[in-house]
Design a protein around this ligand. Structure first.
Ligand code: GMP
Length: 266
């Protein structure tokens, strides 16, 4: 993963390259679009796009549905970085690579980050296609981006202020606890029952490490899951990634509008 200085230097180099390529010295806010969220990008805005592979420290994602570009856009008064595609541990990448996008956004000046993801819903009443704000998480990846080492407080990691802002846009928005697992396999039904007992409402394979890295960098975090499927064992149907991407497609326009409004008011 490299030392703290190395990872910081790499993020700074990526931010500098990004500033040059987008002709924008600093950005205010970043949005990471997770599995299936890519179709929502154009609803948020269009602008100059830079391939992640052209920036220092980025690894092109290998899983379908995860792009690999950063778009610079203006939304209202804000200069926004849209990260189209993210790096996951299950692709064989290091924790440092997984959080490099977040560290780059912080180095580019972003004080706020919106982390979106596709997740399995575990709470009674959750339906496919429903957006759920993340109120807190269970980091079950058995690792941390801060190894090396830093003690960091994670109280109110998912900003209650930003959740309030989102509720002012859509008062019907629910919130829940996200369990972040390493993947790449989906859970067994027994694991889902365990996670429910542990207090989780949503389950996925991303976000938690990025949220921790963002907090360590002093960046305010908003997390938004799209329930793309009900978690393993809840419907009797097998799970697959295609279903996850299709659920994203169907909700893209609605999710894009919500994100755009959130970015304006954040
Ligand atoms: O389809 C897999 C992708 O979507 C991964 O990147 C996961 O983060 C996310 N995902 C969607 N539904 C689920 C689920 O039920 N369980 C887990 N672990 N990940 C899910």
């Amino acid at each position: 993963t490299g030392t703290k200085q190395d990872t910081q230097a790499l993020a700074t180099a990526a931010a500098e390259a990004l500033a040059e390529r987008t002709a924008t010295a600093t950005h205010d806010l970043a949005v990471v679009l997770g599995s299936g969220w890519r179709p929502a990008a154009d609803e948020i805005g269009t602008g100059t796009e830079v391939a992640m592979s052209d920036l220092p420290g980025f690894t092109p994602p290998v899983v379908e549905g995860h792009g690999g570009a950063i778009r610079s856009i203006e939304v209202g008064e804000k200069r926004v970085l849209l990260l189209l595609g993210r790096t996951h541990r299950y692709e064989g990448h290091s924790v440092g690579q997984v959080v490099h996008g977040v560290r780059t956004a912080a180095a580019a000046g972003c004080r706020t980050i919106v982390l979106t993801n596709a997740a399995g819903g575990m709470r009674q009443g959750f339906t496919v296609g429903q957006p759920v704000m993340i109120s807190d998480h269970l980091n079950l990846t058995a690792t941390s981006p801060l190894i090396g080492a830093q003690f960091v407080d994670l109280t109110d990691l998912y900003s209650s202020r930003l959740r309030e802002v989102a509720r002012s846009i859509d008062p019907s928005l629910q919130e829940g606890v996200y369990a972040g697992l390493p993947g790449p396999h989906f859970e067994t039904p027994a694991e889902i029952r365990m996670l429910q007992t542990m207090g989780a409402d949503l389950v996925g394979m991303s976000t938690v490490l990025e949220a921790i890295a963002a907090r360590a960098a002093g960046v305010e975090v908003f997390g938004l899951s799209l329930v793309t499927n009900l978690a393993a064992g809840l419907t009797g149907e097998p799970l697959n990634h295609i279903e996850v991407l299709e659920a994203g497609q169907r909700s893209a326009a609605q999710m894009g509008k919500l994100l755009r409004e959130l970015v304006i008011r954040a």
